[in-house]
Each structure stands twice: as C-alpha cells, then as structure tokens.
Design a protein around this ligand. Structure first.
Ligand code: ADP
Ligand code: MG
Length: 228
C-alpha cells in the first residue's frame, strides 16, 4: 500500500510539473511552426531539412498535447448522456486510412442492449482513440482488430474490448505499461496509456490488459452504468 501511495504521489508530481512545462512550450511551438511555414512558402520552398523539422515539431506537439490532456482537472469533466458504442465506432472510423494501408481486418461484435450512460464523451473519445492507435501500431504488417462490447447485467457495467493480433507485450513490459514515458516505440511518447487509464478511472471505470507475445493484445475498458 505504501508503495502504491508513493507511486501515485510520484505520478502526481510528474504530471503537475510536466503539464506546467507543456503549457509554456505550446505557444512558442505554435509560433515556430507558423513562421517556419511562412519562411518556406516565401523563399525557395521545401528543402531536404524541412520535412525532418516538421516531423520533429509534430513529435513535440504530441507530447505537449498528451501532457495537457493528463493535467485536465476533474472540474473539466463534463458528464452528459453518452452513447459509448458510437464513440467506439467513431474512434475506429478515424483510422480507416491506416487500417486500409496496413491491411488490417476489422471485426465488430457489439451487442444491441448496451445502455447509454452518464459520462464524458470527450474523455471517452480520447480513450478509444488511444487504444485503437496502439493496436494498429502493433500490427504494422497487417492483422485483425476485433472490437467488442457487451452489457454485463449482474455487474451493471459496460465492457469494451479492443483486441489485436499484433506483436503482443512481454511480461516484464506488461507490468510497466502506463508508467510515464514507458514506450518500446522509436517514436512513442509512453504517455498514451497513462492518459487512458486516468480518463477511464475518472469516469469510475477500469482498464485491463491481457497480452501474449506474438499472438496479440486485448485492452478491456469497463465502465459502470451508474457512476458511484
Ligand atoms: P506509446 O504508444 O507512445 O509507446 P503508450 O502509453 O500508448 O505509449 O503505450 C506504452 C507501451 O505499451 C507501447 O510502447 C507498447 O510497448 C505497449 N503497448 C500498448 N498497447 C499495445 C498493443 N496493443 N500491442 C502491443 N504493445 C502495446
Ligand atoms: Mg500509444
């Protein structure tokens, strides 16, 4: 328990400091990008370095945005009547080009008796976008994405699974998943699951991972019908 408390304190500190820095970085970043674009359009146009500069700027932008999301206070949570199934469908649809490009087969098994819940659609959007994104990044050479959803009457909870047939996660890595900056990707930020976990928990739910190396990964999001 003490370890857990120390961990959560450590987490809070990381988030607070980083969010402050992220906020300060955002404005100069936007201005650098804008002026760079102007410079390139006024002068000789693109050169061999501009692509690199833009992709590195995009990377900083991703990190900054993820930290800003993380630092969103509880008070910004906006609870409304929410159709989570629609949100899941939307998240998948956002990636249709990548899905096609990577030759990923998508299957959906979604029960028809899933109730709407009082929740925050913006946070849930981010949650499912992060999960689908991770699944696709684990299936660069194609595979299958299975999105399923059902209502557990006994538990009065909604269960959503994002399952992929991707590379999977090693046991030692599975324990570290969601730790700030833990990534195995060259261009990863290691912040996605941290944001996802925080958002799901702020909505009274939980996030669970099952994975087998070489077989694939299942992320399970459980949301209560009634938030306690
Ligand atoms: P990032 O995607 O930037 O690396 P995340 O927090 O989203 O950060 O994920 C952390 C790590 O968890 C990833 O680098 C990857 O190793 C692992 N991971 C997450 N989801 C999956 C998945 N569906 N399949 C395989 N590995 C995954
Ligand atoms: Mg990610």
């Amino acid at each position: 328990k003490e370890v857990l408390e120390a961990k959560s304190e450590q987490y809070e500190t990381v988030v607070r400091v980083a969010a402050g820095i992220a906020h300060e970085i955002r404005n100069p970043l936007t201005s650098i990008k804008g002026f760079l674009q102007l410079m390139l359009s006024n002068e000789k146009g693109e050169n061999q370095y501009s692509g690199i500069i833009f992709s590195e700027l995009a990377r900083i932008e991703t990190i900054v945005n993820e930290f800003m999301l993380l630092a969103k206070p509880e008070s910004e949570k906006a609870l409304v009547d929410t159709n989570v199934v629609e949100i899941v469908q939307y998240a998948v649809s956002l990636f249709r080009h990548q899905i096609k490009q990577q030759n990923v087969q998508v299957e959906k098994v979604i029960d028809s008796d899933i109730p709407n819940i009082n929740s925050d659609p913006k946070r849930l959007n981010q949650v499912f976008i992060n999960l689908v994104k991770n699944s696709l990044e684990a299936m660069e050479d194609g595979g299958e994405l299975l999105v399923s959803a059902y209502y557990d009457k006994d538990e009065q909870s909604l269960v959503f699974k994002v399952q992929d047939s991707g590379k999977g996660i090693e046991k030692e890595q599975l324990e570290r998943i969601g730790e700030p900056f833990f990534t195995t990707k060259e261009k990863g930020t290691g912040l996605g699951i941290m944001v996802t976990t925080k958002f799901v928990e702020s909505l009274g739910g939980s996030l669970h991972y099952d994975s087998e190396v070489g077989k694939g990964t299942t992320a399970t999001v459980t949301l209560p019908k009634y938030m306690r």
